[in-house]
Design a protein around this ligand. Structure first.
Ligand SMILES: [Zn+2]
Length: 105
């Protein structure tokens, strides 16, 4: 990312690279610390688009199924486009009594 370049807001403050939530997607954007104007650089927009595509591929209701003596959740085929393939290791971590996250390793 071009670090040497700075972006100035109309209010006079300098935009800072900040993690923000846009349409329920956590992403990096340029944000004004004073008036909270938010914009994306071309690279940030590409990254946001990638995260948006992943959300569209994975955010859906699934049903827990029986797999041998265990239970499982199938993942949509589209996730192959994001490098999520058979044999890939994941780490499962409880968040609260109703949710957990699955992290690719
Ligand atoms: Zn501003």
């Amino acid at each position: 990312m071009a670090r040497t370049r700075t972006l100035k807001c109309d209010c006079g403050e300098q935009l800072r690279e900040t993690e923000v939530e846009i349409d329920d997607i956590l992403t990096i954007a340029m944000v004004c610390p004073k008036c909270h104007f938010t914009t994306l650089t071309a690279e940030q927009a590409k990254e946001f688009r990638k995260r948006l595509d992943l959300h569209h591929a994975v955010d859906q209701e699934r049903q827990i199924i029986k797999v041998g003596n265990s239970i499982g959740i199938t993942l949509p085929e589209k996730l192959k486009n994001f490098g999520i393939t058979v044999g890939k290791k994941v780490k499962i971590e409880a968040i609260d009594e109703k949710s957990f996250k699955v992290e690719l390793m």
